[in-house]
Ligand binder design. Structure first.
Ligand code: CDT
Length: 351
């Protein structure tokens, strides 16, 4: 039984430090309209969508830092961001959007929410677990900093999958299945099972597997990935800027394709791309990947761009029922180190 939906990544090009929020918001709403006019039911935006990617800057100025954050629990009600959510509601389009969250108790997270346009409310929130980079700036003044450990704390919500109610037509709902049907007979027939992660999380197979174990069918991931960052990883010091950007894009595709395949799910990734402040390069490569690991749609630019595809969630079934039927093939008794140990412990040296 087909479960077809039309989905989009809204790639967002350069947003400079001096770009005013109102003009960025206008671009985001423009992208929403462009996606909607092509039939998109769900639009995925990047990480920290509403501002430039500020963890590259070094400051202790509280007012400057405050201005990068959305304050409070619900960005659909916060003055800076509400117009995007209101537009999603008016168009009845679902959106997933990343932002810097400052909670009412003053804690800072790198967050995204899933907002149902049809229901006009946030259905799920995710806070970034894997914060890359450093707490202190690099001594090398020319290095591009990634101070996420300074500006955020690790997310405390885990990787929770949820059902998005308005995407799949004729989805099986609770209580609507025949009384005698077993749980196995309802699998793969309900509303879309969605999971979210943010940027660096996509490099960690543990994150994908936790979602995979909840039957995830669609993983959404907004990102800001440097095209040249030899001080971090992914681009060696001896690489030219062009080679490093190619390598960074290769790794992005590699992780979206391999993890989608190994968890038999679709994925949508949305980049903040281009040259922020005309000097900080971020890769594009926003994509939609299918459960066999193939890229079905991909950005052609590093500017504002809609990447759109019609996908059939039924295509997740083949992998989930065969090669990656977790219930039949996983061997948890062999995986204890995964949760008992964080860093590497090598076997002892030989005599
Ligand atoms: N935003 C974010 O998490 N970026 C990291 C570091 C990029 S540096 C090459 C990422 O994993 O893409």
């Amino acid at each position: 039984m087909p479960r077809k939906i039309k989905v989009a990544a809204a790639q967002v090009g350069a947003v400079h430090k001096w770009t005013d929020r109102a003009s960025t918001l206008k671009r985001l709403i423009g992208l929403l309209h462009a996606a909607h006019s092509q039939g998109a039911q769900l639009v995925v935006y990047p990480e920290c969508t509403f501002t430039t990617f500020f963890p590259r800057y070094v400051t202790d100025d509280a007012a400057e830092i405050d201005a990068w954050f959305e304050h409070g629990d619900d960005p659909s009600q916060s003055a800076n961001t509400k117009p995007l959510f209101d537009e999603a509601r008016a168009l009845a389009v679902d959106i997933s959007v990343g932002y810097a969250e400052r909670t009412t108790d003053g804690t800072s997270y790198n967050t995204c929410v899933y907002y149902s346009g049809a229901q006009g409310r946030v259905l799920s929130k995710y806070r970034k677990v894997h914060l890359p980079g450093t707490r202190e700036p690099y001594p090398d003044k020319d290095a591009v900093n990634q101070l996420e450990k300074k500006y955020f704390v690790p997310g405390n919500l885990g990787f929770r999958a949820f059902r998005a109610p308005s995407l799949v037509p004729d989805a099986l709902k609770k209580g609507s299945q025949p009384a005698e049907s077993t749980a196995a007979e309802t699998v793969g027939k309900g509303d879309a099972i969605v999971g979210m992660m943010i940027c660096n999380d996509r490099r960690w197979p543990e994150a994908w597997r936790v979602l995979g174990l909840q039957g995830v069918e669609l993983v959404l991931c907004g990102f800001n990935t440097n095209s040249y960052a030899p001080q971090l990883w992914g681009s060696r010091k001896d690489m030219t800027v062009e080679e490093a950007e190619k390598e960074s894009l290769f790794h992005h595709a590699l992780m979206m394709q391999s993890n989608s395949y190994m968890n038999s799910c679709f994925s949508i990734s949305a980049a903040r791309a281009g040259y922020d402040d005309h000097k900080f390069g971020l890769i594009g490569g926003s994509s939609i990947v299918d459960p066999q690991g193939h890229i079905v749609a991909e950005a052609k630019s590093t500017s504002d761009e809609i990447v759109l595809a019609e996908i059939d969630l039924e295509d997740c079934r083949q992998g989930k029922e065969k090669t990656f039927d977790f219930a039949r093939h996983r061997r948890t008794e062999a995986y204890d180190l995964i949760v008992q140990q964080t860093g590497v412990e090598e076997p002892p040296l030989l005599d």
